[in-house]
Design a protein around this ligand. Structure first.
Ligand code: HEC
Length: 136
């Protein structure tokens, strides 16, 4: 590699944290996916997201609230490990929904635990919309 190329790559690496994703970017990518899944897609809904978050699914014992609690603007507690979980609402915890790969990794794991399947783009978008609607 030429020194110029190396310098350029180092510059990009340094600049990465400066262009952190925003929850809106993550909502947008779920919107595109939800439209692809369902031509009649009508948008995301905070109330539907709240119901989804607080309910059990497919006969399982857990809901999202089992670990993230009924008040996701406050800290949660892992039901199994008893480790504290930072609040989920971006108004309280601005680090939330700023890294697509982190978001998708945890959606995948947690949806499998709670629903026994992956969440749809509609469900994920509804949940993020709900969490973004919460104030401290
Ligand atoms: C068994 C406990 C548990 C349950 C149940 C659970 N979660 Fe989580 N969740 C965690 C842990 C642990 C993390 C990672 C630690 C952290 O980010 O604070 C996490 C992180 C996340 C993140 C990452 C967000 C970000 O940007 O940092 C999302 C999204 C998420 N959970 C959504 C859900 C949804 C939706 C459900 C219900 C389908 C759910 N979780 C159920 C424990 C749980």
């Amino acid at each position: 590699m030429k020194p110029f190329t190396i310098g350029f790559l180092i510059l990009i690496a340094i600049a990465q944290p400066l262009r952190a994703e925003q929850p809106q970017d993550i909502i947008l990518s779920h919107t595109l996916q939800a439209k692809q899944d369902n031509a009649a897609f009508l948008g995301f809904d905070a109330i539907r997201g709240e119901q989804f978050f607080k309910s059990q699914h497919n006969g399982g014992d857990w809901s999202c609230a089992s670990c993230h609690t009924d008040n996701p603007a406050a800290a949660g507690l892992h039901t199994v490990t008893k480790k504290e979980i930072e609040p989920m609402a971006p108004s309280v915890n601005p680090a939330r929904f700023t890294n697509t790969s982190k978001v998708e990794k945890w959606f995948k794991r947690n949806c499998k635990d709670v629903l026994n399947r992956e969440c749809t783009a509609q469900e994920k978008g509804d949940v993020i919309t709900y969490l973004m609607s919460l104030n401290r």
